[in-house]
Design a protein around this ligand. Structure first.
Ligand SMILES: Nc1ncnc2c1ncn2[C@@H]1O[C@H](COP(=O)(O)OP(=O)(O)OP(=O)(O)O)[C@@H](O)[C@H]1O
Ligand SMILES: [Mg+2]
Length: 319
């Protein structure tokens, strides 16, 4: 199987100024990220709040512009394509946002919310559009009559189904799922996750699945990348991460998982708070919280060591 998404040295810095005259500082939300998403995989991105997961997803889709680096989609570099040439890729690459309560337009009917993209991307007649919307609603477990309702008339789980339908109606190949179920009750969460798995099979989709929840990763993912302060600290197959984790940060995150299936989230790793991403620590960015830190960790950034084929770790002591 081929590589669908190939990201090289991707950076996204946000400029922040206290006032008009003060010098800008930069939040390094994504700091030199290189990784590849194989076609057909469910690639989980995990890490604490603020580690840059959403920024990474949004930058790959070019919903926000990268500061530097390259993004290759299906063999085509899309990093600097203009809007006109991006249109087809925008259709193929969709996102389901973090929050089902704010991601749907409150004053539009479901039929308009889902139909919008169809009007932009396909030259379809209204009766064809109607049929396509009906079909996709049924696929996500909703009904024809739901077309004529507003988002507030639905529960959180149903809204997330609408957001999924809106993404899928465009027949995308790649979906960024940004905490698609974290706002939902555990039982609803399980149903939406099962639906996402089923849809992936049915439409041969590739997912980038952003989450705090390692139990969800265990259920969904084929691959996992662990992010900390904008960097990928460890990546590999799900088994590499769950059974052979090598990075102290990954191990700390795994320690916080109570047991799979309870749906609890990572709140903090054992030691301390995340440093300010505008002033990241020298050397290894994790050294200020790492139980294994030595002098070298403050001085030198570790390489990304390949421990076994496809299993990489950014730690001086992981070899
Ligand atoms: N538009 C922006 N302007 C300035 N800083 C931003 C902007 N968007 C994100 N950031 C900062 O970039 C960093 C990464 O944010 P991001 O939302 O990508 O994290 P995340 O891993 O998705 O967190 P969460 O798990 O809470 O969703 C944070 O420090 C955040 O404050
Ligand atoms: Mg986020």
């Amino acid at each position: 199987m081929g590589i669908l998404i190939d990201v090289k040295n991707l950076k996204k810095y946000f400029e922040i100024r206290r006032s008009l005259l003060s010098k800008p500082t930069y939040v390094r939300a994504v700091e030199d990220v290189t990784f590849q998403i194989p076609e057909g995989s469910i690639y989980a991105i995990v890490g604490e709040s603020g580690s840059g997961k959403s920024t990474l997803g949004r930058t790959i889709l070019r919903l926000i512009e990268p500061t530097s680096g390259t993004i290759i989609y299906n063999g085509q570099e899309i990093t600097r394509l203009d809007n006109k040439r991006m249109i087809e890729y925008r259709r193929q690459m969709q996102i389901v946002q973090q929050d089902p309560y704010n991601s749907l337009h409150p004053r539009k009917l479901v039929k308009e919310i889902i139909g919008e993209g169809l009007k932009i991307h396909f030259k379809m007649r209204p009766d064809e559009i109607y049929l396509r919307i009906k079909e996709i609603l049924e696929m996500v477990g909703l009904r024809e009559e739901h077309m004529f309702r507003y988002p507030h008339e639905f529960s959180g789980g149903q809204r997330q189904r609408i957001a999924i339908a809106r993404a899928l109606v465009l027949r995308p190949k790649f979906l960024v799922l940004d905490e698609p179920t974290s706002a939902l009750d555990v039982s609803v969460q399980a149903r939406v996750l099962a639906l996402l798995k089923e849809l992936r099979e049915r439409f041969s989709l590739t997912y980038m699945f952003i989450t705090h929840n390692l139990a969800v990763v265990d259920y969904m993912a084929t691959q996992v990348a662990v992010m900390y302060l904008g960097k990928i600290m460890e990546l590999g197959s799900k088994d590499d991460i769950f059974q052979r984790a090598a990075h102290p940060y990954t191990l700390a995150l795994l320690d916080c998982v109570p047991s799979v299936g309870t749906g609890r989230k990572i709140r903090s790793v054992p030691r301390g708070e995340i440093p300010n991403p505008a002033k990241p620590p020298s050397g290894c960015v994790f050294h200020t919280r790492c139980p294994k830190a030595q002098k070298i960790c403050q001085e030198k950034e570790p390489e990304f060591y390949e421990l076994s084929p496809g299993h990489f770790c950014k730690c001086h002591f992981c070899k």
